[in-house]
Design a protein. Structure first.
Ligand SMILES: [Ca+2]
Length: 496
């Protein structure tokens, strides 16, 4: 009898362990939320005046990275970095107009890698950069990619049959001819519904996919690319009204750092001046600056509400505990600091980004990490969290897995973040950002010019008012050696 009992017990244990291992074998889903031009300036990152309840509740059940940096501060290359795991300096693609597959035809993208390992991979909105056709890289997905449709209400200015910048943006066309597009308004405060703008419709498409994928046996990888707070700052009236009584602070710095090379800064109104009523030459009227700042945060709050609709559905479907959610901003944003607007520099405001991981692998919900992390870390991290093999793919994977940081076993993965930005004439500025300093080395390929350096100390000069490279040659040399730990960069314009 005792033997029978033991056999039955063992059988029960075997069966239950079998059930457990089957349950454990169901891999987690992935919801990757890409947000266009989102700087880490919202509630969870300490900007209490910003109305961002949904990003904040995601942070409350995840880990936010306080020292996260993009690898290049502009949309298309940064998205290449995320989706290939390779930095621009390794891909040699620094521009909007060059498709990453021209440089790396056989690259296995992040969604493609998940697809190869049994996931259903789907994408909606601005994931890869729009303007590369409406397909969003067919190899990456298990079902046709869904770009968002043209803005479909009547307030947009008509230009006699030629697309405005806004229409091109929302219809995913012609951005490779960005300089030729007619100007449109830089902001719009209209009493319209959330779904009149594209992010509302991206949320609807995302919700439809969550409902459909829940019924499948396969785990899913869903990438949702929200388009705000990218210019133009179009948001329904109610999100503008959130800031009518807020004393929005304008930047106190109006120029690039003393002693910085002239070419290190961008044309101060570049990109912004492609919109009305922005003049090509600084300064902006303070009232215009204030409206732009309000518009940025109105657009951010509008996007936050659309992300909230998707998170609500994730909860309602009972998927939240089985889904890794990543929130990522493609680069930071100059909101008038240094007198500059938008991105395209190696300075702090253009390069620091929000990264939040939430889901079953985050040991301490609501925590913050000061680890120096980069966009390219997301690819190997998601692979590790999903239990996939360490990616061995044709392109270089420049990132490190953050799984140990998320589990609390590791405090950091590197001693500096690495990013770059090109300038005309074959110049490339490569930067190392440690917890205290940033060193930028400017090289001009194909010339004998000696490199020029920028050094900033964020402990004593957090607003980057003065290039201190000339004062501290030994520190420059110490930081410069960190650049040598990286492969030689592919020059802008391709391999030479
Ligand atoms: Ca962007």
């Amino acid at each position: 009898m005792k033997l029978l009992y033991t056999v039955l017990s063992l059988a029960a244990m075997f069966l239950s362990s079998g059930v457990c291992s089957l349950a454990a074998a169901k891999q987690p889903n992935v919801l990757l939320i890409l947000v266009d031009d989102l700087k880490p300036s919202f509630g969870a990152y300490g900007a209490e005046f910003v109305h961002s309840p949904n990003l904040d509740r995601l942070a409350a059940r995840g880990m936010r990275f306080e020292a996260a940096y993009c690898n290049q501060a502009v949309c298309a290359p940064s998205r290449n970095n995320l989706l290939t795991g390779a930095r621009s300096t390794s891909l040699g693609v620094y521009s909007l107009s060059r498709h990453f597959r021209k440089a790396a035809p056989d690259a296995i993208t992040l969604p493609q890698y998940f697809k190869q390992h049994g996931y259903h991979a789907a994408g909606v909105g601005k994931v890869f950069h729009i303007g590369h056709g409406n397909t969003g890289d067919p190899k990456s997905w298990s079902e046709p990619f869904h770009p968002e449709k043209v803005i479909d209400y009547a307030l947009t200015e008509s230009t006699g049959g030629q697309l405005t910048r806004e229409e091109a943006y929302f219809s995913n066309q012609a951005l490779d001819r960005i300089g030729e597009l007619p100007r449109g308004a830089a902001w719009e405060r209209a009493d319209v519904s959330d779904d009149d703008y594209s992010d509302g419709r991206i949320a609807i498409e995302g919700i439809e996919r969550l409902r459909r994928f829940k019924e499948s046996d396969k785990p899913f990888f869903l990438a949702l690319g929200f388009t705000k707070p990218h210019l133009p700052f179009c948001a329904p009236e109610k999100y503008w009204a959130l800031y009518d009584d807020v004393d929005l602070q304008l930047s106190t710095t109006h120029d690039y750092p003393d002693g910085a090379p002239r070419y290190a800064g961008k044309e101060k109104h570049g990109e912004l001046n492609q919109y009305k009523p922005i003049p090509h030459v600084p300064p902006l009227e303070p009232e215009v600056e204030k409206t732009l700042v309000q518009g940025y945060y109105a657009a951010l709050s509008y996007m936050d509400a659309q992300v909230g609709r998707v998170l609500d559905e994730l909860d309602a479907l009972g998927l939240a505990d089985d889904t890794i959610v990543v929130l990522w901003g493609d680069h930071g944003y100059h909101l008038g600091d240094h007198g500059a607007w938008t991105k395209h520099t190696n300075y702090e405001q253009a390069n620091r980004i929000p990264i939040i991981f939430a889901g079953p692998d985050v040991a301490s919900p609501g925590s913050a990490s000061s680890a120096l992390v980069e966009t390219v870390d997301i690819y190997p991290t998601l692979a590790a969290l999903a239990g996939l093999p360490t990616p061995d793919v044709p392109q270089p994977i420049d990132g490190q897995s953050l799984a140990g940081v998320l589990s609390g076993e590791q405090e950091s993965v590197r001693d500096h973040a690495y990013h770059a930005f090109p300038r005309g004439g074959g110049r490339l500025g490569r930067a190392v950002r440690t917890s205290r300093y940033r060193l930028v080395e400017w090289m001009r390929f194909g010339s004998d010019e000696p490199p020029e350096y920028e050094l900033y100390d964020y402990q004593t000069d957090p607003l980057e008012t003065r290039n201190q490279a000339g004062d501290y040659p030994e520190l420059v040399e110490e930081l410069r050696k960190k650049l040598d730990t990286h492969p030689a960069p592919i020059p802008p314009g391709g391999r030479r």
